[in-house]
Design a binder for this molecule. Structure first.
Ligand SMILES: CC(=O)SCCNC(=O)CCNC(=O)[C@H](O)C(C)(C)COP(=O)(O)OP(=O)(O)OC[C@H]1O[C@@H](n2cnc3c(N)ncnc32)[C@H](O)[C@@H]1OP(=O)(O)O
Length: 427
């Protein structure tokens, strides 16, 4: 971070993630986020304390969410003098929130900040088409019975058909999964390789649970104490039986429910601070957030929609004078197994590294033993805005507990963007 002060990652708290329409069917973005933030406040004895800024967001929003970050900070029991800023860059939301707060801490603008995110696919807003919406506005403005009746002139029942929530890119009309299927085809990623990566994610996550790695990271919510998507008992044989989820007709589809992230509900939060602020309260410093980078690509012009992390990571490492050889832990968000595999392949490809990343030599290979050692989004699930904070919290704990020196994080986002961060172990 540019600035004179180190940015401490004190720790994190999240609620267990749940597959859509399961444990959190009656929860909302606000209730989940408040529970995660409340857990963070309890964990670090911060109830009633003023935090200099809570920055959080959700990708799927209700208008009733208002300033979600501020409302959740209040519900969680922080001092009413704690400001909240709601922001959103799709799946990169909470990692970008952390980088924004880190910049402010590094320069001395603030001393403490919480980065967080929350998303619910079970509580998506039900939206009606323009015609019915305008009728409702006319109705609310009508002053006489005649005007009220007039608002329904020419009404047809078809207008009540809700506009379904979607993960479609506005510029292409294709869903995230359809875009990733195109990427898999371009990079020659097989179904077998995708299933193997997904299986490893589940096994690594299940092992992390067995080791008790998650014990102090999770705050129970609505009776759920554990992520309910982690499948210790899945197998390549079972995965091989699953039908393509996004390319159902060509006979060549490779993305399935097993090698894609499930639609997920959840919330996660991370506490960042200056070292002085943390030490004055007797709080731990697990690691430092040292660098970040956000990048975008020309996906509408033909580049892979979820490939921008290749650029963000390349630019971040160049600015830090680091290479893959300097990194001990790689935490790459798994939107889809194919998206991770395309990214890994691109970093080894001379043409891509030269033409897209502007490098004379390739970025290189990543040791599979250093990648997503505790599992990632394919296993835990992916409540869009919460994922960055989940990964950052997990990474800081991993560096502290396994005595590794340096970690690299990347998250791809809708809209052809990528966010990357570097985390260093605290002495
Ligand atoms: C920037 C980014 O991050 S982009 C990524 C954004 N995320 C997305 O776009 C979400 C992508 N995912 C989806 O849209 C959906 O999860 C889909 C379309 C892939 C699958 O949807 P659904 O068919 O509803 O999947 P569902 O989760 O119900 O799974 C289907 C079945 O497969 C089973 N299954 C899924 N994974 C596994 C597995 N690893 N092993 C065994 N069974 C599995 C489920 O249990 C379910 O079985 P059931 O019907 O007996 O309950």
């Amino acid at each position: 971070m540019n600035g004179t002060r180190k940015v401490a990652i004190v720790g994190s708290a999240r609620i267990p993630f749940a597959r859509g329409n399961t444990a959190y069917a009656d929860e909302s973005n606000l209730s989940m986020l408040s529970t995660a933030l409340g857990g963070l406040a309890d964990k670090f004895n911060l109830k009633g304390e003023k935090i200099d800024e809570v920055m959080a967001g959700a990708v799927i929003n209700h208008s009733r969410d208002f300033n979600l970050a501020r409302e959740a900070a209040l519900d969680a029991g922080f001092s009413p003098r704690t400001p909240g800023t709601t922001m959103q860059i799709a799946c990169g939301t909470s990692l970008q929130a952390a980088l924004t707060l880190a910049g402010k801490i590094a320069t001395g603008e603030i001393d403490s900040g919480i980065a967080a995110g929350s998303d619910s696919v079970s509580d998506s807003p039900v939206v009606f088409g323009d015609k019915f919406q305008h009728r409702m506005i006319d109705l609310s403005r009508a002053r006489s019975a005649r005007e009220k009746l007039g608002a329904f002139k020419g009404f047809s029942l078809g207008e009540l058909t809700p506009v379904a929530p979607s993960t479609q890119e506005p510029r292409t009309g294709l869903s995230m999964g359809q875009h990733c299927e195109l990427m898999a085809r371009e990079w020659g990623i097989t179904r077998q390789a995708q299933d193997e990566l997904a299986l490893k994610s589940h096994h690594n996550a299940a092992r992390a649970y067995d080791e008790g790695f998650h014990d102090d990271l999770l705050v129970p919510c609505a009776g759920l104490v554990k992520d309910n998507n982690v499948r210790a008992d899945t197998s390549l044989e079972k995965m091989a039986t699953m039908k393509p989820a996004f390319d159902k007709s060509s006979g060549h589809g490779t993305l399935t429910a097993a090698n894609s992230t499930p639609l997920t509900d959840g919330a996660a939060s991370v506490l960042l601070a200056s070292e002085e602020w943390a030490r004055a309260r007797g709080l731990p410093v697990l690691a430092y957030l040292t660098m970040g980078r956000v990048a975008a690509n020309d996906f509408a012009g033909g580049e892979g929609l979820l490939m921008a992390p290749t650029i963000a990571v390349s630019e971040m490492l160049a600015r830090s004078n680091l290479t893959f050889a300097d990194i001990d832990v790689f935490e790459l968000h798994e939107a889809f197994a194919a998206q991770v595999l395309c990214t890994l392949k691109a970093w080894k490809d001379p043409k891509y590294c030269k033409e897209v990343l502007g490098r004379e030599t390739v970025m290189g290979e990543i040791d599979p033993e250093k990648l997503n050692r505790k599992g990632s989004s394919l296993a835990y699930g992916h409540p869009f805005a919460a994922t960055g904070a989940r990964i950052l919290g997990l990474t800081a704990k991993l560096l502290a507990s396994e005595e590794k020196q340096r970690a690299l994080i990347s998250v791809c986002t809708a809209g052809g963007m990528g966010v990357a961060a570097l985390v260093e172990r605290a002495e």
